[in-house]
Design a protein around this ligand. Structure first.
Ligand code: IPD
Ligand code: CA
Ligand code: CA
Ligand code: CA
Length: 281
């Protein structure tokens, strides 16, 4: 309804203000000594800042919207269930690019997505180091610092710049398939393939038209929720690696400016198997 849409617009305002505050906290903590530990694998890094930034975001939002649900990377790591219901739900990545953060490599973002009845309503991604703010609201377009975003219209994959990420899983089979997929695209040949260390900022490049496509196996719902809405609102296509509709919990995605390039990538990829975000632990 209209009043419902109004209230989501108000939620978006709060999300933006919260992302800016969280980004400020990231900028301060990157200068300080970091306590780094690991989660699922030795390369799955986490710092106290990841936890503190998530606490700041969730406590701020919960105070304003006590009836809403929250899915956050570090809360899930602490054992909270990661299920998307029909209730208004915030999907939060407090620091996307923790490995970059640990090295002070300046590609780190705060990502806040919001879904109602399992449909994404808006997304906010804040690049903590250059202060770029990406926003998108369903039916209202996507913006970068207030300027409307448009995806690349390129249909020819041999003229594409493609982004991907390798997650923390580094067993030989995962690496073989990952490198095989990259080799397949590099030998197409596409113009180039890039890994920047932040799924959300990579996806924002697709929304901006600075890259033609992005694909990844092993990402999480908090890596794609905000970005998927932003790319869609910028005119792009975000689908499952099998070519079907995106499933936020499936841990896989292909995003592209054009359907043609998305379809090409879907045809080339060999799957890497991961569990789902909503699997029982
Ligand atoms: C990770 C980063 C990384 C990608 C991983 C993500 P995190 O997020 O986006 O680039 O390869 O799949 O999990 O852990 O830094 O928030
Ligand atoms: Ca992480
Ligand atoms: Ca992430
Ligand atoms: Ca994170």
């Amino acid at each position: 309804s209209d009043t419902e849409a109004e209230s989501w617009a108000e939620c978006l305002d709060v999300a933006v203000r919260t992302a800016l505050r969280a980004g400020q906290m990231v900028r301060v903590s990157v200068m300080q000594e970091k306590r780094v530990s690991s989660k699922s694998t030795p390369t799955d890094l986490v710092t106290e800042a990841d936890q503190h930034v998530e606490e700041l975001i969730i406590s701020t939002l919960r105070e304003k919207f006590p009836s809403h649900r929250f899915i956050g990377e570090e809360s899930s790591a602490a054992g909270e269930k990661c299920v998307l219901t029909d209730n208004p739900t915030w999907i939060i990545d407090p620091i996307d690019g923790t490995c970059n953060f640990v090295h002070s490599f300046p590609m780190v973002a705060v990502s806040i997505g919001f879904a109602v009845k399992k449909q994404l309503e808006f997304g906010v991604i804040y690049h903590c180091f250059d202060g770029t703010l990406y926003t998108g609201r369903r039916g209202h377009g996507a913006f970068c610092n207030g300027v409307r975003l448009h995806v690349s219209k390129e249909k020819d994959v041999s003229k594409a710049l493609i982004l991907t990420e390798i997650g923390a899983k580094r067993d030989p089979l995962t690496l073989d398939v990952f490198l095989g997929n990259m080799k397949q695209l590099l030998s197409t040949p596409v113009h180039g393939v890039r890994i920047i260390g932040s799924s959300t900022l990579a996806l924002c490049q697709v929304a901006s038209g600075a890259a033609e496509a992005y694909y990844q196996y092993g990402l999480h719902c908090w890596d794609i929720a905000a970005a998927a809405l932003i790319i869609t609102e910028a005119g792009g296509c975000v689908i499952d690696t099998t070519g079907g509709p995106l499933d936020l919990m499936s841990r896989r995605v292909v995003a592209a400016g054009s359907q043609e390039i998305a379809d090409y990538i879907v045809q080339q990829l060999k799957p890497i198997s991961y569990g789902r975000d909503d699997d029982d632990p």
